[in-house]
Design a protein around this ligand. Structure first.
Ligand code: G4P
Length: 195
């Protein structure tokens, strides 16, 4: 259960359900960024994962960067951005894995320089949205492929009616989503009620 009720309030007041699957939050997360809300998001993730020995916060460009950097400040660790490259880089300096987005119908090579990960790292992966989980599992493949540990997956907005959350839970990851959207329809946004 998150204490971040102001995130749900912001989604209700400024977000728009475009249709049954897409929630537009350009005004505070994906285009314009509300830095004070992101600061609260970072505090909340840091509080939840504070005893996990996190050594680095990872995120996927671009909208994960704001919440990830705020979380990294609170945990006092570096933040690393996983890059989306159009094609394979043919040298041994990077780890790469292909990610296909169902929402956007596109693919990219998620890319991480070997310099920025160590097998002893305990990594908190942060992202803005969780839908099908393809981006999150791409990040996980890179981290685990490097021999490091995924110690948590922090999500700002989870669309609980899509399979990503269940897939991550089933795989045993410690997922913490600050807002869990149960249903979207034109003009309708409903959250999962937690006890
Ligand atoms: P998945 O990783 O969970 O499988 O999600 P998917 O491929 O379907 O999502 C692809 C992109 O669309 C991601 O952004 C994701 O954050 C975004 N997205 C998914 N559902 C929604 C939604 O309901 N609302 C909004 N605003 N975004 C959504 P991206 O391409 O990585 O872009 P960005 O990080 O540069 O913003």
């Amino acid at each position: 259960m998150t204490d971040l009720k102001e995130l749900e309030a912001k989604i209700l007041s400024e977000g728009t359900a475009i249709n049954e699957t897409v929630l537009k939050v350009d005004c505070f997360l994906n285009h314009q960024v509300d830095p004070f809300l992101m600061q609260r998001v970072g505090e909340e993730f840091a509080e939840y994962y504070k005893d996990k020995g996190i050594t680095k916060v990872f995120t996927i460009e671009s909208s994960g960067i704001a919440p990830a950097v705020m979380t990294a400040i609170k945990l006092n660790v570096p933040m690393v951005i996983l890059k989306k490259q159009q094609s394979k880089i043919l040298n041994g300096d990077v780890y790469q894995t292909k990610v296909t987005s169902f929402t956007k119908g596109t693919s990219y090579e998620l890319t991480l320089s070997k310099k920025y990960i160590d097998k002893d790292d305990k990594i908190l992966l942060i992202d803005d949205f969780l839908a099908n989980g393809e981006a999150a599992f791409g990040g996980i493949r890179l981290i685990e492929g490097a021999g490091a540990t995924v110690s948590g997956v922090g999500i700002v907005i989870e669309k609980s009616f899509q399979p990503g959350r269940q897939r991550l839970d089933d795989a045993g990851y410690d997922v913490y989503s600050l807002a869990r959207v149960k249903r979207l329809a034109e003009g309708v946004i409903e959250f999962v009620e937690e006890v």
